[in-house]
Ligand binder design. Structure first.
Ligand code: OXD
Ligand code: MN
Length: 593
C-alpha cells in the first residue's frame, strides 16, 4: 500500500505533509487501492466508464443530453443533514448557540471507529482541489479523500480539481484535510464533522452533495467563515452577479438568500423586454468570498467552478440560462427519466409525460400522487456551460462589489426593497433575515425562522461573533458597498404573490444599482430608504399598480410586531449578541413610538 501511495503520488507531488496524511488515512480506512486524481480528461473518461459499469451512473440519451448521466442515491440520503452536522471546537462557546457541537476528542474518537477498515474492498480516491480562481489571494487548497466515484466526478465539476491544486500547494502544509467515506448509509452512523481549529473535515455515512462534496458547504462556508473571521474577510452564502447597463457600465452585486429561495435563478436572470439593453452576468450562484482590495472596495470571487442546483421548478420560463447550462456534460441526481433517456422533473416545460421512471427507478404514471423527481433532486453542471457566465469569473482579484442584497421569504411585513441607512443598519437587516411559513388551513401567518445572512446552517462558529465580525469589518472597508433588503415573496390578502419575480426582479435590481451609484431618488422611512413613486421602472409590467403598492408598502403595525419578536433572536445569541444590533432594534422601535 505504501509503495502505491508514494509510487503514484510522486509523479504528482512530493509534499511530505500530504503524503504522510494520505498514508495515515489509508492505514485507518484500509482501502484495496489508492487512486490519485490529476483532473485530466483521460481520468474523467476512465472514472465515468467505471461509474457506469458499476451502476453508479446511468448514461442519458447522448442525442438529447450529450455527456450527461443520472445518479440515483439511496432514498434515505437525499439532502443536507443539519442535525448530524457538527462544529467540533475546543469549547462549545466557539461553536455558539446555533450549531451542533461535539468536543474534538469525542468526534475524532467516534469517527475513527467508523472509518476504521471502512474502505476494505474499495478504492480510495485522493482529490486535490482549489476553491477560488487559480492564483487568487483568497483561494484555498483542499484535499478530499473519498471512496465514492460519484463524489470524484462531482468535485471535478464543482472545483478546480487535480494537478493545478498540487502545483498551487507545493510543499506547504496549509491545506484542508477532508476525509469522506460513504459507509453503509445508515443514518444512525452519519456524521458531518468540522474541526476548524485543525482545518479538517470528517464526513461519514452520506453521499449527498452538501454532506460529501467537502469543498462546498463544509470548506467554502463553514471552515471558510472561520478563516474569514481570523484573517479579516468574508465567506458568505451569496450569489455574485454583474449588471451591465445600456452604456456598457458594469456593477457587481452579491446577494444572500436562504436555500431554495431562487439564488440560481437570480444569478442567471434574463431582464424583461423593457430592459432588453441591460444584461446580467453570473459570477457565482451560491457562495462568495470577499476581501478588501487595494483600492479600499470589497472584491468578491466565486470559490466554485460549477453549479449544484435544485432541478424541480427549473424551466425555460423560470431560468432559460440554467436550462441551457444543463443541456450537456451534467450529472443529474434523483430526477426522473423519460422513456427516451432524457430527464424530467416537476415544473419542467411542456406536457407531463404519460410514463416515466421515477427518481427511485420505479415505473411512474401521469396522475400519480407521488413525485416523479425528488423535490431536492439536483443538477451538477460546469459553469463554463452558462451562456451568461461573466468573463471575470477566473480573475484572481475577483470583481468589485457595489451592493449587497439580503433576501428572505416573507409573506408579510418586509417590503419589496429597502436600502439601509448605513452599514450597521444593513448588517441588522441581514442579521434578522427570515423565512416564513404560512399555516394554509387557517390562513394565519406561521413562524419565522431567522436565518442570519442565510448562514444559519453554514456559519462555522458562534453566530453572535459572526455578526460582530460583519460590524467590525466596516472600519476595514474605506469604500463599502451599499446594503439592501429585498423580498420577492410578499403575499396579498388572497394568499397570492404580489410581485411576479424571476426576470421582473430586474426592475428592483436597477433601482439597487442606481442607488449604489447615487443616481436615483428614494424616500426615507423609519426603517430605511424605499423607492418613491416613479423611482421603480414599471413600464411594460403587466400587473395592477395596487399590487406593486402593496408589495412595497411599509406597515408600521406589522413592523412593530416584527421588531418586538426579533428580541428573542438576539436573546438566543446570548452573551455574544452584538450590542450594536440590539441598539439598532431599539432605535427602530423608538421611531415608531
Ligand atoms: C443549499 C445548497 O442547500 O446550495 O443551500 O445546496
Ligand atoms: Mn446554498
Amino acid at each position: 500500500m505504501a509503495s502505491q501511495i508514494d509510487g503514484t503520488a510522486t509523479t504528482l507531488t512530493r509534499n511530505k505533509a500530504l503524503l504522510d496524511w494520505v498514508r495515515d488515512c489509508a492505514a485507518l480506512c484500509q482501502p484495496d487501492r489508492i487512486v490519485w486524481c490529476d483532473g485530466s480528461e483521460a481520468e474523467k473518461e476512465r472514472l465515468t466508464k467505471h461509474a457506469v459499469d458499476t451502476g453508479v451512473l446511468i448514461p442519458l440519451n447522448p442525442a438529447k443530453r450529450p455527456g450527461c448521466y443520472l445518479h440515483r442515491s439511496n432514498p434515505n440520503d437525499v439532502a443536507r443533514v443539519e442535525h448530524l452536522t457538527f462544529i467540533c471546537t475546543k469549547t462549545q462557546e466557539a461553536a455558539g448557540p446555533t450549531n451542533n457541537w461535539m468536543a474534538p476528542e469525542e468526534a475524532y474518537g467516534k469517527l475513527t471507529k467508523l472509518f476504521h477498515g471502512s474502505m476494505k474492498g474499495r478504492t480510495m480516491y485522493v482529490i486535490p482541489y482549489v476553491m477560488g480562481p487559480l492564483g487568487s489571494p483568497l483561494s484555498r487548497v483542499g484535499l478530499e479523500i473519498t471512496d465514492s466515484v460519484y463524489v470524484v466526478l462531482n468535485m471535478r465539476i464543482m472545483t478546480r480539481m487535480g494537478k493545478p491544486a498540487l502545483d498551487m500547494l507545493g510543499d506547504s502544509n496549509d491545506f484542508n484535510r477532508g476525509l469522506h467515506c460513504t459507509g453503509d448509509l445508515n443514518p444512525e452512523r452519519r456524521y458531518i464533522c468540522h474541526f476548524p481549529e485543525d482545518n479538517t473535515i470528517w464526513s461519514f455515512g452520506s453521499g449527498y452533495g452538501g454532506n460529501a462534496l467537502l469543498g462546498k458547504k463544509c470548506l467554502a462556508l463553514r471552515i471558510g467563515s472561520w478563516l474569514g473571521k481570523d484573517e479579516g474577510w468574508f465567506a458568505e452564502h451569496m450569489l455574485i452577479l454583474g449588471v451591465e447597463s445600456p452604456d456598457g457600465h458594469m456593477t457587481y452585486v452579491t446577494g444572500a438568500f436562504p436555500s431554495a429561495c431562487g439564488k440560481t435563478n437570480f444569478a442567471m436572470m434574463i431582464p424583461p423586454k423593457r430592459f432588453a439593453k441591460w444584461k446580467v452576468w453570473t459570477v457565482g450562484d451560491d457562495i462568495a468570498w470577499m476581501r478588501v482590495g487595494k483600492d479600499g472596495r470589497l472584491w468578491a470571487v466565486n470559490p466554485e467552478n460549477g453549479y449544484f442546483g435544485v432541478a424541480p421548478g427549473t424551466n425555460f420560463g423560470s431560468n432559460p440560462n440554467a436550462m441551457k447550462t444543463i443541456a450537456r456534460d451534467t450529472i443529474f441526481t434523483n430526477v426522473a427519466m423519460t422513456k427516451d433517456g432524457d430527464v424530467w422533473w416537476e415544473g419542467m416545460d411542456g406536457e407531463v409525460p404519460d410514463e416515466l421512471t421515477d427518481w427511485q427507478g420505479r415505473p411512474w404514471k401521469k396522475g400519480s400522487t407521488e413525485k416523479a423527481a425528488h423535490p431536492n433532486s439536483r443538477f451538477t453542471a460546469p459553469m463554463t456551460n452558462n451562456p451568461v457566465l461573466s468573463k471575470h469569473v477566473n480573475d484572481p482579484e475577483g470583481v468589485p462589489i457595489s451592493a449587497i442584497v439580503f433576501g428572505g421569504r416573507r409573506a408579510t411585513t418586509v417590503p419589496l426593497v429597502l436600502q439601509s441607512f448605513n452599514w450597521a443598519h444593513g448588517v441588522f437587516l441581514g442579521a434578522t433575515l427570515g423565512s416564513e411559513t404560512t399555516a394554509a388551513a387557517t390562513g394565519k401567518v406561521g413562524v419565522v425562522r431567522r436565518d442570519p445572512m442565510a448562514m444559519l446552517p453554514f456559519a462555522g462558529y458562534n453566530m453572535g461573533e459572526y455578526l460582530q465580525h460583519w460590524l467590525d469589518m466596516q472600519e476595514k472597508i474605506p469604500y463599502p458597498p451599499k446594503l439592501f433588503q429585498v423580498n420577492w415573496f410578499r403575499k396579498g390578502k388572497d394568499g397570492k404573490f404580489l410581485w411576479p419575480g424571476f426576470g421582473e426582479n430586474m426592475r428592483v435590481l436597477k433601482w439597487i444599482v442606481d442607488r449604489a451609484h447615487v443616481r436615483v431618488g428614494g424616500q426615507e422611512t423609519p426603517f430605511g430608504w424605499v423607492p418613491k413613486a416613479g423611482d421603480l421602472d414599471l413600464s411594460g409590467l403587466d400587473i395592477p399598480a395596487e399590487k406593486v403598492d402593496e408589495a412595497t408598502h411599509i406597515d408600521a403595525g406589522e413592523w412593530k410586531q416584527e421588531l418586538t419578536e426579533e428580541a428573542d433572536f438576539f436573546e438566543m445569541l446570548g452573551k455574544f449578541s452584538p450590542e450594536t444590533l440590539q441598539l439598532q432594534r431599539k432605535l427602530l422601535l423608538s421611531r415608531l413610538d
